[in-house]
Design a binder for this molecule. Structure first.
Ligand SMILES: [Zn+2]
Length: 464
């Protein structure tokens, strides 16, 4: 019996790996050929407005007066003015321009549904635009909530692609091709998280936690680079690089800050010198704080070695740890920290194993006390560490991607879902998404429709 279970598991892993290889090849091809990204002029000429209910939509679309008052007159509040003629002075006023020739057909699972789509005309440049309710995604033929469900299961709950496919089949959603799911993954991972958040009008606090995760792959060293805002838990940067030297990190950070409209004020990180240098080079006058947890862990490891060598009591070790922790956590400035180190009179701290840690603490006193002088700086990188753990788990189940564009798409997909999906009940921030905690506008819509309305699925560069 055990054998059969194992065998089944192996087949599943192999299957999953093969699927992801297909995804990798598929992404590599389509990223080389830029024109194949799902962009058509129709994307730019389609505006999304908040409406989650199909019956409400059908009423609205058949009532000209209400449609003008409740949709057209409010377009400016949630639509980016794309697709106008360059001579257009800006979308000041729209008039109704009938319906699209073909109604929009959408698969809801059991059947196909049809929705008439209203059009409007810009009174300045005379361009025509389609108006889509938020439950209809641009360019996709499935109901957006079905797609959302797949993302949640796959990117947050660790379900495999094969598992998602099986689920959809069981519930009769009519998704028969793994290619469909791979397309969806690439779709939600097309834009960088900062691009989407900026489009949605979110302005960060300027304080972030940064870390790189080493993702082990055979004969390959690859790293994830992530930045999370501790206050809102928003993932602002998610990248995948093959080196963590200063130059590579500089490019990654530069790409990130070109996408945000706020200044980066302070960052908590570990002691990796290359990333400290890169951050300082790219972000002018940024404050750097070193993570206390990393520091305590190193001291604990040193204590462990020390105890093995000296054979001192457990109580002695605990007391040393407590004193060290106290110095680290209660020092309000570089000077105070130096004084407190001077006051450590237990001779054990002179032992080379422990002295090395004390010296490190002293040498980086400015960084270890930065959170005291700048309120936004977090004392640890705990939030970015948590996110990296999720990423690592997912990548492990993926085994090996090998090519960069597809892994980057998967990465951005993970960041984007994390930002918009509300936490489950029982969690500390139950029913709140990071986007909601950052006071992003949701119009009371389900998370994927919130992304849709903020043009997370409009893949044109100048959609601002
Ligand atoms: Zn216009």
């Amino acid at each position: 019996m055990l054998k059969i279970v194992n065998c089944d598991k192996i087949i599943r892993i192999q299957f999953e790996q093969e699927l992801l290889n297909v995804f990798a090849r598929y992404c590599a091809d389509s990223f080389q050929d830029k024109t194949s990204i799902d962009v058509s002029m129709r994307g730019e000429k389609t505006y999304i407005f908040p409406c989650a209910d199909k019956y409400e939509y059908l009423n609205l679309v058949n009532d000209k007066v209400r449609f003008m008052a409740e949709v057209v007159s409010k377009l400016g509040e949630y639509c980016h003015a794309t697709g106008h003629r360059s001579s257009c002075k800006g979308a000041v006023k729209y008039t109704l321009a009938g319906f699209r020739d073909n109604p929009r057909r959408t698969l809801t699972g059991e059947r196909q549904e049809e929705y008439p789509i209203r059009m409007v005309k810009c009174s300045d440049c005379k361009q025509r635009f389609s108006l889509l309710p938020s439950f209809l995604p641009r360019e996709k033929h499935f109901h957006i909530n079905i797609i959302a469900n797949v993302f949640q299961n796959m990117l947050l709950f660790g379900q495999s692609i094969q598992g998602c496919l099986q689920n959809l089949k069981i519930t009769g959603k009519g998704v028969n091709s793994k290619q469909t799911i791979l397309n969806w993954l690439r779709w939600i991972g097309a834009l960088h998280p900062a691009t989407i958040l900026t489009r949605a009008g979110v302005i960060g606090s300027g304080y972030l936690q940064e870390d790189e995760g080493f993702e082990k792959e055979p004969n390959l060293r690859t790293y994830s680079v992530v930045m999370v805002e501790p206050k809102t838990l928003l993932v602002w940067h998610a990248d995948y690089v093959d080196h963590v030297d200063e130059d590579t990190l500089c490019s990654s950070f530069e790409a990130f800050i070109s996408k945000v409209s706020f200044k980066i004020l302070g960052i908590t990180k570990d002691k990796w010198q290359a990333s400290t240098n890169a951050l300082k080079a790219v972000m002018k006058n940024v404050w750097i704080g070193y993570c206390h947890r990393h520091c305590l862990k190193k001291f604990q490891e040193a204590l462990f070695e020390y105890q093995k060598e000296i054979k001192c009591s457990k109580a002695e070790v605990e007391s040393l740890y407590k004193q060290f922790k106290n110095v680290l956590q209660t020092s309000t400035s570089k000077l105070v920290l130096e004084i407190k180190i001077g006051l450590l009179d237990n001779p054990s701290f002179k032992h080379p194993l422990l002295k090395k840690r004390i010296d490190e603490l002293e040498a980086n006193a400015v960084y270890y006390t930065a959170h005291m002088s700048r309120k936004g700086i977090a004392p640890t990188t705990s939030i970015v560490d948590n996110f990296l753990k999720t990423v690592k788990r997912k990548l492990r189940s993926v085994e090996s991607f090998r090519d960069k564009p597809s892994t980057q798409a998967l990465f951005r997909a993970m960041a984007n879902t994390r930002n918009f999906v509300p936490f489950l009940s029982g969690a500390k921030n139950a029913y709140q998404s990071p986007f909601m905690m950052a006071e992003g506008q949701t119009f009371g819509l389900p998370w994927i429709q919130v992304m849709n309305i903020h043009n997370a699925f409009l893949f044109t560069e100048d959609a601002f």
